[in-house]
Design a protein around this ligand. Sequence first.
Ligand code: NOJ
Length: 587
Amino acid sequence: MKYRVPMTIESAEDFTAPADQSEMTEVITSTGSEWWRTAVIYQIYPRSFASSNGDGIGDLPGITSRLHSLSELGVDAVWLSPFFRSPQKDAGYDVSDYCDVDPMFGTLADFDTMVSTAHDLGLKVIVDMVPNHTSDQHVWFQEALAAPEGSPERDRYMFHDGKGPNGDIAPNNWESVFGGPMWERTTNPDGTPGQWYLHIFDVSQPDLNWENPWVREQFFGILRFWLDRGVDGFRVDVAHGMIKEEGLPDYTPPVEGASMGGTAAVGTDVDPDIVEAIQETPYWGHSGVHEIWREWNAVLAEYEGDRVMAAEAWVDPLEKMALWVRPDEFSQAFNFGYMFTEWTAATMRSIVDESIAAFSSVGAPSTWVLSNHDVVRHATRLALHVDVPQGAGIGPMTKGKPDTAEGLRRARAATSLMLSLPGSAYLYQGEELGLPEDMDLPDSARQDPTWFRTNHEKYGRDGCRVPIPWEADKPSYGFGPSAKSWLPQPADWGPYARDAQEGVAGSTLELYRSALALRAEHNLGSGTVEWIDGYGPDVLALRNGAVTVIVNFGAVAVELPLDDLLLASDGIVGGALPADTAVWLRS
Ligand code: NOJ
């Protein structure tokens, strides 16, 4: 299938998607030449990347000291998860001051040094903006609590009266993403029970009221603060949650996994009625958000150069997601449908087709992602034989625990496929080392609010957040200068350490390096996908310009002519492509 989009879309209103895209003949995956359309963006989770002072928590000087390893890896940009002032109730996604660095991570001067070092190395820097909610310790919220009902301070957040004669029933039945009710009752200064406030996530993360112009105005200033410091753009947290349905009607999610918007269900065999119901969630994907993104887009446009705005928006279906990346809104959006696609040739092919069709229909690049700090690492997830809802994590008692070797084999093949696709790809720190999910964290070490708010029913996301190994023989595997690590590192992670893989033929690190170098050399990011049929139902084959990619999703090797081999995700013996293996050949 081939798609065409106009080259001169100025705004969303100028563009109507063609009714039957299958009739299109010219292939254009995205319009424009901005760097982010083809970039490979590496996610740094600051607390787990590198610690400069040995306190067991990663920091900005630690990041700066390791940036050269990322430019050597061959990525184009780094995205840093939040490092702002925060009580750290949700690992920094609970911000108490958007314009300062938390002392745990360093100072604003450390940030400036990090940005200039990155820029000197040719790396762009993207920071995480968290506008849906603040920390309950933010001065805006503290002032709101101290102010009377109906005051302008209260109107910054979502305060409502409770139901029932004494107001002691929550305003509606919504459940927090992390478990438990989405409402918390306040206590008035005189000790009497007060209004309730809404928190989609933890009780310490009150939702802002984005219908209030004052809130919008504050964020223009916050964006400019970081743009003035030289950042190349923003990843926007919970971009699909900011506007809630009028009247805040009761709602019960029809399926587990719907918590972030239901995208976890994509790619699996889910009843379309359920998917439909997820889309109607009164707090996700409301069309009122588009106005906000147009305003933000205009702020970024005040600055010279190409700044990126990437949406974390769990929205289905992809056609709806595409509305978020119209020319005057976000630059791109995470493709969570791709992330959760089953490991089969047919499902992979259709999600790639659907993604390119949906995103290119508005002139945006497709994005691709396999891991991040909220999901089970793909070196584990791809061999998991049970359904685990997004964010729930896995632990010692999870049934169907995956085979590590199978997981790694599939992960290497999946990444090889992903990096061959046109558009922009996201990597999550540690995946270039083949790191699996830590499935054996002791319960006493867990920190994710999900674990606490579900009364220990869901493990949460700590297993993908363990500090990464740099040097096999050093304390904390070189994560910092001491043995300390805020989550314990598994005793058997030595072989995953970066120095154990550097220069070692066949290591996962060298596979990533080669794939990234070949991707750049052959301009695969701005290329096109042409499917090649005829290899059987378990094999996916595509041509992207000078590179042909063949992936065997099946359990048995497939006889193939494997001449002109550029890259293999695993060892190739003779003329056969083994199970769970991908190759790149010269076309
Ligand atoms: C999405 C972030 O990726 C996640 O880590 C966080 O807990 C929630 N948003 C709330 O900010």
